[in-house]
Design a protein. Sequence first.
Length: 100
Amino acid sequence: TFDVVVHSLRGELTLRYVTTQHDEPRLVVVEARSRMLTSIDRITIAPDTASGSVVTYDADLRLNGSLRLFDPLLRLMFNRIGRRAGLGLRGVLGGTAPEA
């Protein structure tokens, strides 16, 4: 279990993530649920002889209740954040982006 503090238009939102699946060293699934948001994050690690390993991070974020109307906007914002996070991780770890 761990907490992530998210800055939003309405201030800070603390999401408490709970590990729901763990298959070391290949898979971790964590979930967070709040009144406004549900996040299910899946991280997979696969060996790759050419690059060491391939890490895939997939996050499914959805607003709850009537806020679901704004899911497309949330997706756009999160994709932007995800791209920046990926660039940062590749820089720190010395990795490369997968080819499209």
